[in-house]
Write a protein that binds this ligand. Structure first.
Ligand code: F3S
Length: 62
């Protein structure tokens, strides 16, 4: 499973990077981007929490 951020939707609130910094980072443009890493068991749980916590639903996990 990998994380994805739709930058057209992200408002840069940085909740995702607080919850799961391994999977999400703030980019120079002030919006989040997903790191290109395979999410293993423990990280999957945090990434799912980040997905659920994004106020604008910009995160998807595939
Ligand atoms: Fe953006 Fe949502 Fe993260 S608004 S900064 S993708 S929590």
């Amino acid at each position: 499973m990998k994380g994805f951020v739709d930058k057209g939707i992200c408002i840069g609130c940085s909740v995702c990077t607080s919850i799961c910094p391994e999977a999400f980072e703030m980019d120079d443009d002030g919006l989040a981007r997903a790191n290109d890493i395979e999410l293993i068991a423990g990280l999957e749980d945090m990434a799912e929490e980040a997905e659920a916590s994004c106020p604008v639903n910009a995160i998807s996990l595939k």
